[in-house]
Design a protein around this ligand. Structure first.
Ligand code: NZQ
Ligand code: ZN
Length: 389
């Protein structure tokens, strides 16, 4: 049975090779001042920066720049961005980049006019926004997080060794997002496959929970099959438009708030992965891949029926003559083989995690209760130790 829910998603998407042109339709809806937010320079190398500045200027915009948003944006950078947005009284924040740039833009959007410390209000105390919000638009260049069509914003505080995501309401979702698969062609292979696994993890976090018959589970099996199929093509040929466009669309649907409607969710891989990120600053998708096999092998007995279904419906395991455990295990073995095939990081050692960090990482992982097994501190430690292989 579906639990009760309300649903809306206000982000307008423009998808395809000509989608950047639609910036001309969106820009007139906002005032003159635009904060152009981007990362470490990939958009300058690719030529996208020049194209966007040209479109902004031709629409009469005054452009203020906020460059250097790092992967896993920090709280110090957030304070800097808020000052720039406020000093220039901007009317729109245009994020051009991956999940980090989009997340950061949303954080600046809600924090600029916040009269207390936004880290404390939004990320430690998880309070709602009750001040002015600056609208955000996105041009996505790296696929994985779903940030282009959700209210998520993840900020890292290195001093406190915490990486925390706030899921803001739909008043903070990007007003519009431009999705051109061609913009993702230049993403380095390591980042690209990390993004692929981020998508897979988003789906699995929402899939491995609940006992009810739920439409979402069928949608998720479809998303996973499409992702597995297209990702194998994309690692061999990163400029395969068909594969990259399908992956881009799959990423958006995997975390645009649709597929968790009416059901419970897990999200413990992300909680542990984020804590690894706070200690190592590792690439988000790789923090998830490095712990997933240890995590899922540990919880499999508690959600055996779902792991069996996953094996049969996603990995095409033939159930004939096998016990439920054998079927479920075969599914996870196939998942592991796929992860190795696309060159994901399979050990947290390869992310710089050392034995002495494990207790702190476990402490920094928020324990959520929606999965098949609510983990305690020692069980998180064990999952981490089993991810050190
Ligand atoms: O900074 P530049 O030079 O642009 O380089 C970036 C960055 O180094 C590069 N890149 C992006 N597009 C490129 C490109 N390089 C060449 N060509 C392009 N077209 O890729 C690197 C990684 O970018 P980043 O934005 O950090 O990656 P991603 O999209 O994976 O975002 C990760 C962040 O999103 C958060 C993560 O925790 C992490 O902080 N998440 C946000 C979520 C949400 N909003 O709902 C959910 C996710 O689970 C995740 O937690
Ligand atoms: Zn993620």
């Amino acid at each position: 049975m579906l639990e009760n829910f309300s649903y809306s998603n206000p982000t307008k998407l423009y998808f395809g090779e000509d989608s950047l042109n639609y910036l001309n339709e969106e820009l007139p809806k906002y005032g003159k001042g635009v904060l152009l937010v981007y990362g470490g320079g990939s958009i300058k190398k690719s030529g996208l920066y020049d194209k966007i500045v040209k479109i902004l200027k031709s629409n009469g915009k005054e452009v203020f720049e906020d460059a250097g948003v790092m992967p896993n944006p920090t709280v110090e950078k957030l304070y800097e961005g808020c000052k720039r947005a406020k000093d220039n009284n901007v009317d729109l924040i245009l994020a051009v980049g991956g999940g980090s740039v989009c997340d950061y833009a949303k954080a600046v959007s809600v924090s600029t006019y916040c009269d207390e410390d936004p880290w404390e209000k939004y990320f430690l105390r998880m309070e709602d926004v009750d001040n002015k919000i600056i609208p955000v638009g996105c041009v996505l260049t790296m696929v994985g997080t779903g940030s282009e069509m959700n209210g998520g914003s993840v900020i890292t505080n290195h001093a406190a060794k915490l990486k925390i995501g706030h899921i803001f309401g739909d008043n903070v979702f990007p007003k519009f997002t431009i999705l051109n698969p061609v913009f993702t062609y230049t993403v380095p292979q390591y980042q690209m496959v990390a993004g692929f696994f981020d998508i897979m993890s988003h789906v699995l976090e929402q899939y491995f929970s609940g006992e009810d018959d739920n439409t979402s589970d069928y949608i998720m099996e479809g998303l996973l099959k499409s992702l597995i199929h297209s990702s194998k093509i994309a690692v061999k040929n990163p400029t395969d438009y068909e594969a990259r466009s399908n992956i881009m669309w799959t990423a958006t649907w995997s975390l645009n708030t649709l597929i968790d409607k009416g059901k419970s969710t897990d999200w413990m891989v992300h909680m542990i992965g984020q804590s690894i990120g706070a200690y190592t600053d590792a690439t988000h998708g790789m923090t998830l891949s490095a712990i997933s096999m240890a995590y899922y092998r540990f919880i499999m007995p508690y959600g055996l029926h779902k792991f069996k279904r996953y094996a049969i419906n996603v990995w095409n395991v033939n159930p004939e003559g096998k016990t439920d455990e054998q079927i479920a295990k075969e599914g996870l073995d196939q998942m592991e083989a796929y992860m190795k095939e696309i060159s994901l990081v399979m050990s947290i050692k390869d992310l710089g995690v050392t034995e002495d960090m494990i207790d702190g990482i476990a402490n920094g992982a928020f324990i959520l209760e929606g999965g098949y097994k609510v983990l305690n501190h020692d069980e998180i430690v064990n999952v981490l130790k089993n991810s050190m292989i």
